[in-house]
Design a protein around this ligand. Structure first.
Ligand code: PEP
Ligand code: MN
Length: 340
């Protein structure tokens, strides 16, 4: 249920409703919008005495949220959320400025990482990606540098101001990754690791939630709801392609999800055309397409020597490639009333 207040309703009325909701054994999530305040009630809705809440002066109506996800739903919050990402360059997703997150698939080497960090910043990125813990299909493949990789990422932030986006694979890694990262990436393979979703929901850093390889949009939204239901509203959704029968690309990148997410949710959605296609030659066009259809950001794998990358070289563009891509991205962004 959501409690919708009249325009300009007094804060004391909102506080009173919050008290009532708690008395009924539910929890609240207060959303102060530009026009009006809404309180989402979380928990077993059968416990809710709707009439009592409806009778509070200042309350306009109490209504059910039809979507199975509540806090992520547009029904609860009409204004788009702008989710901060950290760093010192004002990185965020969901506002007029399109978030550009770029960097290697994994952190491989200190000097190379610092070099690529400066290069992506130069190209216009406000956040740096790079995995220190890598979810690999084979247990024999390079698994990432672990804490050493996180230290290098933090050093890159020191030097550049870029926000650090890196994957957390398990609950045990949450405190360690939190020490170094600005944004927790929850990978596609973990989108339905509900205990991990709860763990990142219980801390304050922004969560970049990737869509599962075979997850429906509703499952994706419910995964975001897991994070938000534990108190962390700073969630950025990321479309990274799904598994289909098609084989010319690593994954199939369904961009229609971008306008659809904007229709059903207030959360920002960014696109990962690198995992989304698997081929560097397809990445620039899919970046352009993503911006054209309204994506709130891009996360791009960028490596100065893709041929020798330890992971995902085939889908990595070079810093030079990123720089030239930006020329057309700026024009497309302007055409859809955005900046990049
Ligand atoms: C990645 O970003 O390198 C990655 C492993 O992503 P995903 O979880 O989308 O496969
Ligand atoms: Mn990768």
């Amino acid at each position: 249920m959501i409690v919708v207040f009249e325009q300009g309703a007094d804060k004391s009325r909102v506080d009173h409703v919050v008290t009532l909701i708690r008395e009924m054994g539910l929890r609240e999530h207060v959303i102060v919008g530009t026009e009006r305040t809404v309180v989402a009630c979380i928990g077993d809705e059968r416990k809710m005495d709707i009439e009592r809440v409806e009778n509070v002066p200042g309350v306009e109506k109490v209504m059910p949220v039809l979507a199975p996800y509540k806090m992520a739903s547009r029904e609860v919050k009409k204004d788009r959320s702008v989710v901060p990402m950290g760093g010192t360059l004002g990185a965020s997703a969901g506002g007029k400025k399109i978030a550009l997150i770029a960097g290697p698939c994994s952190v491989e080497d200190r000097v190379k990482l610092l070099e690529v960090a400066h290069a992506v910043k130069e190209a216009g990125a406000t956040a740096l990606r790079g995995g220190a813990f890598k979810p690999r299909t084979s247990p024999y493949a390079f698994q990432g540098m672990g804490e050493k990789g996180l230290e290098i990422l933090a050093e890159a932030r020191e030097q550049t101001g870029l926000a650090v986006v890196t994957e957390v694979m398990s609950i045990e890694q949450v405190p360690l990754v939190a020490k170094y990262a600005d944004v927790f990436q929850v990978g596609a393979r973990n989108m339905q690791n509900y205990n991990l979703l709860w763990a990142v929901g219980e801390q304050k850093k922004t969560v970049l939630l990737k869509r599962g390889l075979s997850a429906t949009l509703e499952e994706f939204m419910l995964a975001a709801e897991y994070v938000m239901s534990r108190g962390n509203s700073n969630v950025i959704l990321c479309e990274r392609g799904i598994r289909t029968f098609e084989s010319y690309c690593r994954n199939t990148l369904p961009l229609a999800i971008v306008p659809e997410v904007h229709r059903i949710s207030h959360l920002p959605i960014i696109v990962d055309p690198s995992q989304g296609t698997g081929h560097a030659h397809l990445v620039p066009d899919m970046c352009r397409a993503s911006v054209a259809c309204g994506a709130d950001g891009l996360i791009i794998e960028c490596h100065s020597d893709p041929e020798h990358a330890l992971t995902d070289g085939a889908q990595s563009i070079t810093p030079q490639g990123l720089k030239s891509l930006m020329v057309s991205l700026r024009k497309i962004a302007a055409a859809v009333d955005r900046d990049i």
